[in-house]
Design a protein around this ligand. Structure first.
Ligand code: NAP
Length: 475
């Protein structure tokens, strides 16, 4: 399959069969490509190839690993237009968002090219004069990576870049809705000079592939991004081999507006964070808590942003609101909105499928939301802002911390002491204070509680793919 200057078929050696699954454009329903349903033997062969590649790849000197990763980053950057169009075609987000995501993917490879050279060990002062304690970081082994559809390029890069930088071959299973971005990156990885077996993509039945990857003792680490339900299942499946896991799971972010907030900036940031990718982001605010003193002012500004959103095909530069990925996603949003209205929420904007049809849902604002509603308890994963006002910040803290999710949250205000103390009191892996762009390659991304285990990005990101080895040396 050719996409612009990319020959994605290069990632596979077989032709289409009846068992292949179809990748469709969520905006038009058109076929974007076909993906093989790989039999168990092919997945086994990938594990064997990765296992065989491990000894050699982990022994490659770090400057060479760094050069290959940087070359891959450059190739991704050079192919930004093709990759962004491919991403929009299979995922649906506006082209500007797709380009930003490709930029982020390239940045992860560039950052971890440097990190490959910073796997420094440690000499620890021994309690005995006749010994020295040396600690080094060794690559953990073959990595299995399973990724979701909402960020088909950057979720892949967040796993593949640090794993390969640490010296670990990767077997990647992308989401079936959006596998082509992953395949395109694998093609570019080959062009960058990555040896055979260091990055392989497997596609097909998720449960069967997941069972093979989690049960195989040759795999040292499972890195998963997706729903908490699937993460929980994979966690259990890894118990048999005591496999280390990285889990980036569901979020249910809160957006808190304190009485001294800059309302213009808070409203603009709230709308950007809420409606990016039509609310299909793990760090997307689900619940908005606005202090009663500034409620009216915030709402007026927020609605002005909502009213400017334009649902449409991502390739049209005027489009700013993406379609939802599929019918089940749309049905979930409808269920959440209906439940909120039935329980007494007020519908201020939207609340139905968009007139343009397909899987678009109108940008929706609910007011008078309480904590019994589905929108307050579960990820909606759609363009629905559920807003309530508050008087006492302690009540908000309790409501945020009552959630079983603990991925991200946002606070807007001016008094730095209040902002810091509030942020520190929240059981969240990440808090944006007067800022919403959390996903940077040098920062440790991840959640607490049922939002996950471990961190992606930053120096912590490469250490996830390493085991410490302690050497006691007698002298
Ligand atoms: P999902 O249904 O859990 O699927 C994620 C991936 O897991 C897909 O590739 C899926 O493949 C695969 N999968 C499903 N069941 C499996 C099994 N039994 N064994 C192995 N693999 C299996 O999640 P999603 O709906 O695609 O993604 C949305 C979720 O991801 C949201 O909850 C969102 O918050 C979360 N997310 C979290 C982060 C973060 O950084 N914390 C980032 C992005 C997204 P199939 O589709 O073929 O089943």
């Amino acid at each position: 399959m050719q996409w612009g200057r990319l020959d994605i078929a290069g990632a596979f050696s077989r032709r289409r069969t009846a068992a292949d699954s179809v990748v469709r454009d969520p905006a038009t329903g058109a076929v974007v490509g076909y993906i093989p349903s790989m039999p168990a033997e092919a997945v086994e062969a990938a594990i064997e190839a990765a296992h065989n590649a491990f000894a050699e790849w982990s022994a490659v000197a770090s400057p060479k690993r760094a050069r290959l990763l940087r070359r891959l980053s450059q190739l991704i950057g050079d192919h930004t237009d093709d990759l962004a169009e491919l991403l929009t075609a299979e995922q649906g987000k506006p082209l500007a968002e797709a380009r930003a995501e490709i930029g982020s993917a390239a940045a992860y490879f560039d950052f971890f090219a440097d990190e490959a050279r910073r796997l420094n060990g440690e000499i620890i002062a021994s309690s005995r004069a006749d010994s020295r304690i040396l600690v080094s970081h060794k690559p953990i082994g073959v990595v299995a990576a399973i990724t979701p559809w909402n960020f088909p390029a950057s979720m892949v890069a967040r796993k593949v870049a640090p794993a390969i930088a640490a010296g670990c071959p990767v077997i990647l299973k992308p989401a079936p809705q959006t596998p082509l971005s992953a395949l395109a990156m694998a093609v570019l990885a080959r062009q960058a000079g990555l040896p055979d077996g260091v990055l392989q993509v497997v596609t097909g039945d998720a449960a069967s592939i997941g069972t093979l990857l989690t049960h195989d003792p040759r795999i040292g680490f499972l890195s998963f991004t997706g729903s908490t339900a699937t993460g929980r299942l994979l966690y259990a499946q890894c118990a048999g081999t005591i496999k280390k896991l990285g889990l980036e799971l569901g979020g249910h972010a809160s957006f808190i507006v304190l009485p001294d907030a800059d309302l213009d900036k808070a409203a603009a940031a709230a709308a950007a964070a809420k409606f990016r990718n039509s609310g299909q982001t793990c760090v997307c605010p689900n619940r908005f808590f606005v202090h009663e003193a500034v409620y009216a002012g915030f709402l007026e500004r927020f609605l002005a942003h909502v009213d400017r959103l334009v649902p449409g095909d991502g390739r049209d530069p005027k489009s700013t609101l993406a379609p939802l990925i599929d019918e089940p996603a749309l049905a979930k949003v409808e269920r959440h909105v209906a439940d909120a209205i039935a329980r007494g929420a007020q519908l201020t904007r939207g609340g139905r499928r968009a007139a343009i049809g397909g899987t678009w849902y109108e940008a929706t604002v609910l007011e008078g939301v309480d904590q019994t509603m589905l929108v307050s308890c579960e990820e909606t994963f759609g363009p629905v802002a559920a807003i309530s006002s508050f008087t006492d910040p302690d009540d908000v803290r309790a409501m945020v911390n009552a959630s079983s999710y603990g991925l991200a949250g946002y606070i807007w205000g001016r008094d730095i002491a209040t902002l810091l103390k509030t942020a520190e009191s929240l059981d969240l892996g990440m808090v944006g204070i007067n800022a919403v762009h959390l996903g940077m390659e040098m920062a440790p991304i991840g959640g607490v509680k049922q939002s996950g285990l471990g961190r992606e990005g930053g120096h912590a990101g490469i250490l996830e793919y390493c085991e410490q080895q302690y050497l006691l040396v007698g002298v």
